[in-house]
Design a protein around this ligand. Structure first.
Ligand code: AMP
Ligand code: MN
Ligand code: MN
Length: 329
């Protein structure tokens, strides 16, 4: 993998580096944030790690998670301090949530490092690598190019990103290079079995109960399997955290379905849509068309409610995409 030269130059020459990941962070977003942050902390640079949403409890096993701050610090760094904002795993500025404030960021160049094919190239420097299985994979190469030694803490966070986005090295983009990178991270001290266990074998009872409710609403329409998570279900089980990714991944393993979707009602009435597909069906373009983004086989968007309206927009587009892509075979 070729590291974008301008990304190396911008980060090497900066004295202050603000690193930020996307809203509702997943294992790659948080692993990348902490992995790069921990590596940069070994240099004389001033490093600030930003996550637009609170770091979910499920990541509290990762080194330095408690050093991450919420949206942007009160004041921007003084001009002349050579600051850069490095965005990780974010395909568009709205993925930065409250951490995107054009006025605050005036004069601070953005280095956009991401692996989503739907990236909108919103930075001054854009290193976008859709062939990378995770942003964390790109960062292993970046850290090497910056001549920073890979320590066990940084390697642990980066392997966390790799394992999360490949679902434990099970996605079809898991090739020899990915496994080589994983071995490098393990040699640097990253505990693979521990991370795999934390990522896949731990979930709160409330989440499982929420899935039980959602699975009762399961509907198969053609080759599309969908379900919903409502605020009422959440109140009934007393669970208000995320958990749709695990649910839609589970649904995606159903033999009769090529595409799985979970429509999840948010507190503010908007609908979060999580899509997955199997064997060569592309759901990223439908998500992108609706203002979201993602990867070929895992994508999402957020739409206005109510649930019925969101379904009425998404399902016909997915049926069309399924038919068009089936014809191409
Ligand atoms: P999820 O279904 O939330 O696990 O997301 C699957 C993929 O789609 C991830 O790569 C996300 O980064 C991307 N994604 C999810 N929601 C959005 C959104 N609203 N806008 C852009 N990308 C999204
Ligand atoms: Mn992500
Ligand atoms: Mn990712």
């Amino acid at each position: 993998m070729k590291v974008e030269k301008q990304a190396i130059e911008r980060i090497s020459s900066a004295q202050t580096v603000l690193v930020v990941c996307h809203v509702a962070p997943d294992g790659d977003a948080i692993g990348s944030l902490l992995g790069l942050g921990t590596a940069l902390e070994q240099t004389p640079k001033h490093v600030t790690l930003i996550c637009p949403d609170p770091v979910p409890e499920e990541y509290d096993h990762l080194p330095r998670w408690e050093t991450v701050i919420g949206p942007l610090p009160e004041r921007p760094p003084p001009s002349g301090q050579g600051a850069v904002l490095v965005t990780l795993d974010c395909s568009a500025p709205d993925r930065l949530g409250k951490a995107y404030d054009a006025q605050w960021l005036a004069g601070i160049p953005i280095v956009n490092i991401d692996h989503h094919p739907t990236n909108t190239y919103f930075g001054e420097v854009n290193w976008v690598e859709p062939s990378a299985v995770a942003t964390a994979q790109m960062l292993v190469h970046l850290i090497e190019a910056l001549h920073i030694p890979l320590d066990a803490d940084s390697a642990t966070c980066l392997l966390h990103g790799l394992v999360s986005d490949t679902l434990g090295f099970r996605t079809p983009n898991t090739g020899v290079e990915v496994l080589r990178t994983a071995i490098r991270l393990m040699e640097a001290g990253a505990p693979l079995p521990y991370l795999t266990d934390r990522i896949f074998n731990h979930r709160p009872l409330g989440m499982v109960r929420m899935w039980t409710h959602a699975l009762q609403e399961l509907t198969l329409e053609g080759h599309i399997l969908f379900s919903e998570v409502t605020q009422r279900m959440r109140r009934e089980v007393g669970y208000d955290q995320d958990g749709d990714a695990g649910l839609v991944n589970f649904m995606n393993a159903t033999n009769e379905a090529d595409i799985a979707v979970v429509f999840s009602e948010l507190e503010d009435g908007q609908i979060n849509v999580s899509m997955r597909s199997t064997a060569r069906y592309d759901v990223s373009q439908v998500a992108f068309q609706l203002g979201g983004g993602g990867h070929t086989q895992a994508a999402g968007c957020t739409l206005p409610g109510p649930l019925a309206d969101a379904k009425a927009r998404v399902l016909p587009l997915l049926h069309q995409a399924w038919h068009a892509q089936s014809l191409q075979r």
